[in-house]
Each structure stands twice: as C-alpha cells, then as structure tokens.
Design a protein around this ligand. Structure first.
Ligand code: FAD
Length: 273
C-alpha cells in the first residue's frame, strides 16, 4: 500500500505521452467524464513532418469526440490511390466504391502536427491540459491502483497515485519497458526519406500515388497547402546518408521540404497488464 493519498482531486487515469494516441485518449476520457492527467517528457509539441494519412475509422472516432469536421476542414480528402510499377498502372483504388459502410469513403491527409494541435485545442476546450516536461521514470502497481514516479525538469520527483496508467509513449515506451512487456513483431527493414515538396506534374493533384521499383518505393500524398508529402523507401544498404537532395529530381520544386532517414518497426506489445 502506497503512502501517496488517493483524494477526490486525484485523476482516475494517468496518460503518458501526448502524441496522437495519448491526445485522442485524453479527449475521449474527458468526454465520458473520466478524470485524467496527460504528461509528456518533451519541451513542447512536435512540429516536424511525421504521419499524414487519417483513415475512415479514425474519422468515425473523431466524430464521437466532436473533432471530425475540424479535421476535414483543415485537411485534404483523397478518394483514389494509384500504384504503378515498370511504367504501368497496377492498381487504382476508388474508396467511394469500396468503403461503403462509412460516411468517410476517403483518406484524409492532414499532417500529424496539425492533428495533434487540433486535439490539443479540443482537450483545452474540455478543461484539460498537457503537462510538458514531465517524464515517467517508474511504475508500481498493487490491487488498488498504480503509483507512478514523474521527473520534473528541475530534477524533482513527483509521486502520483492513480487508478490506471496508459502508456502512449511511443515506440520506445518507458511504460512497456518498466512492465517488462515484449515488443512482438518484426522490423520492416527499410530506410525512409520524407519531405514536403511542391510538384509540377500532369497527374491529378488530389490523388495518392505509389511507384514501386525493385523492392523500393516512392509515394506522393497531396496536402491541403498545395505541397505533396513524398516518402521514399530504400533498402538500408542503398539509403543515401545525410539529407536527400530532392532538388536533384527533374521537375521538382523542393518547396519547404525537409528530409531525414528514420527506421520503422511495425511491432506491438502482446498484452496489457
Ligand atoms: C518521419 C516520420 C514519418 C512518419 N510517417 C508515418 C506515416 O506516413 N504513416 C503512419 O502511420 N505513421 C507514420 N509515422 C509514425 C507516426 O508518427 C507514429 O506512429 C505516431 O507518432 C505514433 O503516435 P503515438 O501517440 O503512439 O506516439 P508518439 O507520437 O511517438 O508520441 C509519444 C509521446 O510520448 C512522449 N514520451 C516518451 N517517453 C515518455 C516518458 N517516459 N514520459 C513522458 N512522456 C514520454 C514523447 O515525448 C512523445 O511526445 C511517421 C514517423 C516519422 C518519424
């Protein structure tokens, strides 16, 4: 039994991580009247280019949270994807023909930092707030709840007692490590370059394009601000080092493009404890 008291003001849930998953959860809990606290070890919200595509099911959940309309207003809806290889169109998918049981038969293209911004504003409108620069460093649980240790920027430690802790702290999750959970799955051995570029080409400007080439691919996602998100996947041994020079590609205006080469691991924890 912990010496940290459980009071009426104690939140029911501590959410660790204010990325899209943590923010969505915080919004959903608050709308159900469940008290929660959301912390993040970062200094502030991430502004770098990350994910961009939002699927129909996420928009259905956003509808329940009351943010779907805002997301759609700020994004771009793409109803078609086209996949080419060797100069031939292999697959063209019309979401309007296949996604028949959703009011959102398309992919919404909205940069991740804008989605996070929208979810943060909605959280604030419900009386919630992200606590930045609070790092979860330890967890212990007993029959009555969980005690978490949070590290503040001045080095002080805060002990928090809650009913539940939810680890939304990303691929290198401290929560998962502390609980000794595995990250089952395999690593998709590709290196990616990502950038936002302004394209001049004859292809439709509101459709998604994939071009496959000998195990590598390049994808183009249109965005509401007129840029395209370009994702280039390389075999790690063939990935360029340093920045990818998009200027070298004929017909491209690099716009505000930035690029770097992260690795992707489609893994997941096998259980929740
Ligand atoms: C360049 C790039 C491009 C990407 N493109 C795509 C894409 O096209 N499609 C796609 O599906 N995905 C893409 N991703 C992946 C996508 O960004 C992640 O899947 C998504 O961010 C995961 O969201 P999350 O909320 O689970 O975790 P994160 O966004 O990683 O958020 C976790 C948060 O937890 C915080 N945190 C970590 N440890 C602690 C701790 N101990 N205490 C407190 N806080 C902590 C971190 O500061 C962070 O803010 C891309 C990623 C990158 C980097």
């Amino acid at each position: 039994m912990s010496d940290v008291p459980l009071t009426a003001a104690t939140p029911d849930v501590l959410i660790v991580g204010a990325g899209p998953v943590g923010l969505a959860l915080a919004n959903d809990l608050l709308r159900r009247g469940i008290r929660c606290r959301i912390i993040d070890s970062a200094l502030q919200a991430e502004q770098k280019t990350k994910a961009v595509g939002i699927q129909a099911r996420t928009l259905e959940l956003f509808t329940k949270m009351g943010v779907a309309r805002t997301a759609i207003e700020h994004g771009l809806t793409a109803s078609f994807t086209n996949t080419y290889s060797g100069g031939k169109l292999l697959i063209r998918i019309d979401f309007g023909k296949h996604l028949l049981r959703t009011p959102y038969p398309y992919i919404l293209l909205l940069p991740q930092h804008e989605t996070e911004h929208m979810l943060t504003e909605h959280l604030q409108s419900q009386g919630g707030a992200i606590e930045w620069r609070r790092e979860l460093v330890q967890l212990t649980q007993d029959e009555e709840g969980v005690e978490a240790v949070l590290c503040h920027p001045d080095g002080q430690e805060e002990r928090v007692r809650v009913g539940f802790v939810v680890g939304c702290d990303g691929a290198h999750s401290t929560v998962r490590h502390v609980l000794g959970l595995q990250f089952a799955g395999t690593t998709f051995e590709r290196s990616f370059a990502v950038g936002n570029v302004r394209l001049t080409w004859d292809l439709p400007s509101e459709e998604i394009f994939f071009f496959l080439h000998q195990g590598n691919f390049i994808a183009y996602f249109p965005m509401a601000d007129g840029h395209h998100r370009v994702v280039i996947a390389y075999e790690p041994s063939k990935a360029p080092t340093g920045d990818v020079t998009l200027e070298a590609k004929k017909g491209w205006d690099p716009g505000n493009g930035r690029s770097w080469v992260p690795r992707v691991s489609p893994n997941c924890a096998p259980q929740y404890v």
